[in-house]
Design a protein. Sequence first.
Length: 83
Amino acid sequence: MKTTLEIPDPIFRKAKSVAAQRGIALRAFVTEAVEEKLATASRKIDKPWARLAGGLKHLHKETVRINGIVKSEFETIEPEDWA
């Protein structure tokens, strides 16, 4: 289907340049970009929590470290001290 898009000049020039570097037509490049955006949008709808969880991935090692400290500290508490 043919359509007309208004794209800001800097973005158009960059898209055209990247398409040329990849050896594909601008039409194919734009089609791929739209397909990727649509796929991303559908994943966000399926798992709205994933955006937040993925954003915290860099904290995984720190979480494991802190959980280890908490576990070792709880192991030093005597049952009679729990009351």
